[in-house]
Design a protein around this ligand. Structure first.
Ligand code: ADP
Length: 684
């Protein structure tokens, strides 16, 4: 896990990798968002402050209204006081009880002398300094004078009335002129405690959470009432109470209790949203970073893939489900000679299809597009280069699966095998030439045997011819019958010589290699005259069979005859040192299953030493002075070309068995006529 200390370094490293333009854009975005958020928070704060200010202003207006209404109500109650001294006293005391804001009531005559007074029962004498106000003040007298002149209530400026040490009341007096039948009778003076006005007249809910105070116009606080909690920021509202004779300022103070940063829910919501926004920005940044990393990795992977594709010698081609070419690699372009531009988007018939094969290829493509999987080992095809030349290819196809797991087309890998085919053709031709040479070499070896073999019929022909000539030279000694007999002998001997020549000719003649169904019998029939030639020379007895009822084999006849001849010749030659009675060569054939026919050639010769066995099939390995050492290696090649195998094993008590297998042509057994096991002539 990365440590916290390394986090800034990591971020810095990532930033350093960013292009300047992107960095600038991100910085601009961050600054804009930060600016937006600060503005939002500030606006929300201001809105909240305005709201509070409006509320404070409204409250102070309401409180002012309350006070004005309360004072007016009091004036009416005061005017209702009766002017009989006893009754006045009772009424006054009653009024003082019900109106706590009133501290004292006085009834004075026209010369301002006190007639009667009553004091609020809620103020005890010790608290109340009001008793000392028996002597009227100038302010009050002035107010009363003005009240008399205007025949209406008049307030005197407020004044401080000290009570106990350090305490006191701010009082305000109201003077009402008392009139009776248009005659001035005196004055009614009501003394208000300013604080009591705030406490008693202002509606209680307004006092909750804020302070109300009376101040002088210059701001000096005269009385204060309220339960405001002190906070960081104060909101104030003022209302001017314009009373007759006196103007006082009513002020409300409200403190914001919550911290300034989150004045209300709105600001808190905006702040939370801002934090969320910043969080989202950070996540977005991380996501972009991850994407950039993925992009880089993808670019690397793409570059790697491109380098890989460019270095491939295998052609690659992708087709969509409709058969249009969607991708080709440089190797494919080089192979066909067409540019990628010419190939992309192409559909059947493709420009690299030989015109003569278009029908066949179109069918093949239809099969492929219908969803049939091609063989895993690929298939051979012929393509055409842009210059019109043809070349063989090996095509491997596989479904193209996209990121969603659905098949979007076919991907093909194409191998140019024209060079390989050419080499195979060359090797086949040279192999054929080599085999022809081997056959010729065998013939060379047999030339002496041949001359010996031909000697007999030729000598017989010669002696018959000489005899006949002699008979004809002595008239009468030869009958037509004798001559005819001699001529028929000559003819049969000539035919025998011809057969010998033909068998050799047939063998040596280069025939076109082709696979055909051959019976084991006919195979043996073809090589037996030559085997016998060799066998007779070394007094070897050749035994064949049984060959009846064996299935036909599908083989290149010429090649397999050569194999049989080589093995038989080797066997015969190996028995040179064997006692004459034991010189027997067996040639057998049997079906090992429905698919394979097994031929074996066994001799009673000297056998094969371990040393020889190691190199037996190596070309040009021979233990014979005149040997070429090609026989066995060719035999094995031929047998393996037929899909079979050639092995050897000892043939106890002495000798060797060479065994090889050949493929059966069909499961039907060859319906040959039952032929007696052939006993090819014993060596003479
Ligand atoms: P070549 O006959 O010209 O020598 P081959 O390839 O036919 O060439 O045989 C290679 C060698 O294998 C022979 O020289 C011989 O030593 C040995 N060989 C082949 N067949 C036999 C056999 N039936 N018995 C003993 N040795 C054999």
């Amino acid at each position: 896990m990365p440590s916290f200390a390394s986090a800034p370094r990591r971020i810095w490293r990532q930033l350093a990798r960013w292009p300047t333009r992107r960095l600038a854009l991100w910085l601009a975005l961050l600054l804009l968002v930060a600016g937006l958020l600060v503005t939002l928070i500030w606006l929300a704060g201001r809105y909240e402050a305005d709201q509070i200010q409006v509320r404070v202003d409204r409250d102070v207006q309401d409180a002012g209204g309350d006070i004005r209404a309360g004072l007016t109500r009091n004036i009416q109650s005061l005017q209702a006081l009766r002017t009989n001294p006893q009754q006045w006293q009772a009424d006054a005391e009653e009024l003082l009880r019900s109106r706590r804001e009133l501290a004292r009531l006085e009834w004075r005559d026209t010369s301002f002398k006190l007639i009667a007074k009553a004091q609020s029962p809620y103020l005890n004498n010790a608290q109340s300094p009001l008793n000392s106000r028996d002597a009227p003040y100038g302010d009050l007298q002035l107010a009363c004078e003005r009240a008399r002149r205007q025949s209406g209530p008049m307030y005197a400026p407020s004044h401080f009335s000290p009570a106990n040490i350090g305490q006191g009341f701010e009082l305000m007096e109201l003077c009402l002129p008392l009139m009776q039948s248009g005659q001035h009778q005196g004055y009614l003076v009501a003394v208000y405690g300013l604080q009591a006005i705030l406490l008693e007249i202002v509606a209680k809910p307004l006092l909750r959470g804020q302070d109300f105070s009376f101040t002088e116009p210059d701001g000096t606080r005269l009385a204060i009432q309220g339960t405001a909690r002190r906070g960081g920021r104060m909101f104030s509202g003022q209302h001017i109470l314009d009373l007759p004779g006196n103007t006082i300022v009513l002020r409300a103070d409200s403190w914001r209790v919550t911290p300034d940063l989150f004045p209300n829910v709105l600001t808190a919501v905006v702040t939370l949203m801002s934090i969320a926004l910043i969080g989202v920005l950070i996540l977005l940044g991380r996501d972009i970073n991850r994407r950039l990393r993925a992009e880089r990795e993808l670019a690397d992977a793409l570059a790697f893939r491109k380098a890989m594709e460019d270095s491939l010698v295998t052609g690659l081609r992708a087709r969509d489900m409709e058969g249009h070419i969607r991708y080709v690699n440089p190797a494919f372009c080089a192979m066909t000679g067409f540019s990628a531009h010419e190939l992309l988007g192409a559909c059947a018939p493709m420009p690299y299809w030989p015109p003569e094969l278009i029908d066949e290829y179109q069918q093949r493509q239809a099969v492929r597009l219908s969803g049939h999987l091609p063989p895993r080992e690929g298939y051979e095809s012929m393509f055409m280069r842009k210059d019109g030349s043809r070349f063989s290819v090996l095509v491997f196809e596989a479904p193209l699966i996209d990121a969603q797991g659905t098949q979007s087309g076919w991907m093909s890998a194409i191998l140019d095998i024209s060079e390989q085919r050419r080499m195979e053709e060359l090797s086949r031709a040279s192999q054929e030439r080599l085999q022809a040479s081997a056959r010729l070499a065998t013939m060379g070896e047999m030339a002496s045997l041949l001359s010996h073999e031909l000697n007999q019929p030729l000598a017989a022909i010669s002696s018959y011819a000489t005899g006949t000539a002699n008979m004809l030279a002595q008239p009468g000694s030869a009958s037509v019958q004798d001559v005819s007999h001699a001529l028929s002998r000559i003819a049969s001997q000539a035919e025998r010589a011809g057969k010998v020549i033909k068998s050799v000719y047939d063998f040596v003649r280069r025939r076109e290699s082709k696979h055909e169904a051959v019976t084991a019998q006919s195979l043996l029939d073809a090589v037996m005259p030559l085997v016998q030639l060799q066998a007779r020379k070394l007094s070897v007895q050749v035994q064949v069979g049984p060959l009846r009822g064996l299935p036909t084999v599908k083989i290149d006849r010429v090649m397999v005859e050569q194999v049989l001849l080589n093995l038989a010749r080797n066997g015969i030659q190996a028995m040179e040192a064997t006692s004459q009675a034991q010189r027997i060569l067996y040639i057998r054939a049997k079906a090992i299953d429905t698919q394979w026919l097994e031929f074996s050639v066994s001799d009673c010769g000297q056998g094969i030493t371990e040393e020889t066995a190691k190199q037996l099939f190596t070309p040009f390995f021979s233990t014979k002075p005149e040997g070429m050492g090609l026989g066995l290696s060719l035999c094995r090649t031929v047998v393996e070309q037929h899909g079979g195998s050639l092995v050897f094993e000892p043939n106890p008590p002495q000798g060797t068995v060479f065994v090889f297998t050949l493929p059966v042509a069909s499961t039907n057994m060859a319906h040959e006529l039952p032929v007696a096991d052939l006993q090819y002539g014993q060596a003479s």
